[in-house]
Design a protein around this ligand. Structure first.
Ligand SMILES: Nc1ncnc2c1ncn2[C@@H]1O[C@H](COP(=O)(O)OP(=O)(O)OP(=O)(O)O)[C@@H](O)[C@H]1O
Ligand SMILES: [Mg+2]
Length: 316
């Protein structure tokens, strides 16, 4: 079983409007509304892949109640702590003519003393359920100390459970000091972290080896339509995604992480887990329906991709 942590969840409200422009009135159809935030997205895809999953973080107000209802419907164990302030909305407006997306992000509740309560809660969850992995996903809420993920990872790993971290900026930098089992930056997040523009496989290998030397167990760098590179102490592998029609690429990294963790839960070795993750992301990108996350569709996508071992220096 896997636990996902979403410290700053949201209700996603997705509007479609042709010729969207600021300063105009747009009459739109009902928005697509769903529970959101990276850890919740990861939990949802893990369920679609047949995994057992719990989700935690902070929820408040009517939006919090809405998310709890959605988690129940989707069979995700709800272990969120309740906070006073209202959980945020995240509004996305897609211009159906140009495909351009405008986002309006509310800040969400401020977390301060709730952090200590959360650490005690996390400790008891991990002791009670003995998860195979705990995934920390997304940005930190207002008021959270920058070492929040660091403290969480240190606590969970001291209990013998492996942690995955998918975040950015300072939160990523600090969490790495707790030596998580795996981190999943995308190209931009890795470039920001090492303060150098990452382009080639050679750049990735060089920077990731320095991170591995600091004690992180595994690094998965996702490169959008260019694929992904997986590096650990045993070697490095790269894979290119299958060609699929792109319905939406937002959240593809979350789907990818779900596939990766589910793959490891099923004891796949790194190259096979990489393929499984990439097939899962490809299904997400195509806008696959829940029953399309079936084993036969994943296997079909996997046969259309190759995994190559990378040599020191970044050559295939
Ligand atoms: N256009 C695409 N075509 C095929 N596969 C894609 C495409 N974009 C992304 N992917 C797949 O999804 C994976 C993750 O993509 P990406 O690196 O964009 O993640 P991300 O930036 O973390 O996304 P997000 O944070 O929005 O969830 C890629 O490694 C690749 O397998
Ligand atoms: Mg991402």
């Amino acid at each position: 079983m896997i636990l996902t942590v979403t410290p700053n969840p949201c209700v996603d409200r997705i509007y479609s409007a042709p010729d969207f422009r600021s300063g105009r009135i747009h009459r739109v159809n009902k928005p697509l509304v769903r529970a959101g935030g990276k850890g919740i997205n990861v939990a949802r895809t893990l369920r679609l892949l047949g995994g057992d999953v719990h989700a935690t973080g902070f929820l408040g107000g009517l939006n919090g109640e809405y998310i709890r209802g959605e988690l129940r419907k989707e069979g995700i164990g709800d272990f969120f702590l309740t906070v006073q302030e209202e959980t945020r909305n995240k509004i996305a407006i897609t211009d159906t003519r140009t495909g351009e997306e405008t986002e309006i992000n509310e800040p969400g509740p401020a977390i301060a003393e709730e952090q200590e309560k959360f650490l005690r809660h996390l400790d008891s969850l991990v002791r009670r359920f003995g998860y195979s992995y705990v995934a920390f996903c997304g940005s930190l809420p207002r008021g959270a100390s920058i070492d929040f993920y660091f403290r969480c990872v240190e606590l969970v790993q001291s209990l013998g459970v492996k942690c995955a971290v998918d975040t950015s900026g300072e939160a990523l930098k600090h969490s790495i000091e707790a030596k998580p089992w795996i981190v999943k930056p995308n190209r931009t997040e890795l470039s920001e972290m090492v303060k150098s523009e990452i382009e080639s496989y050679e750049d990735i290998m060089k920077q990731c080896h320095a991170i591995l030397d600091s004690g992180v167990g595994n690094i998965m760098v996702t490169l959008g339509s260019r694929g992904a590179v997986y590096i650990n102490g045993d070697g490095a592998w790269c894979a290119k995604p299958p060609r699929v029609p792109v319905e939406h690429s937002l959240g593809s990294g979350d789907a990818f992480l779900s596939g990766l963790l589910r793959g490891f839960e099923k004891n796949l070795d790194p190259p096979d887990a990489l393929k499984f993750a990439m097939a899962t992301a490809a299904l997400h990108i195509q806008g696959a329906l829940p029953d399309e996350y079936a084993k036969k569709n994943i296997s079909e996508l996997e046969t259309n991709m190759t995994v190559c071992k990378l040599c020191v220096g970044g050559g295939e």
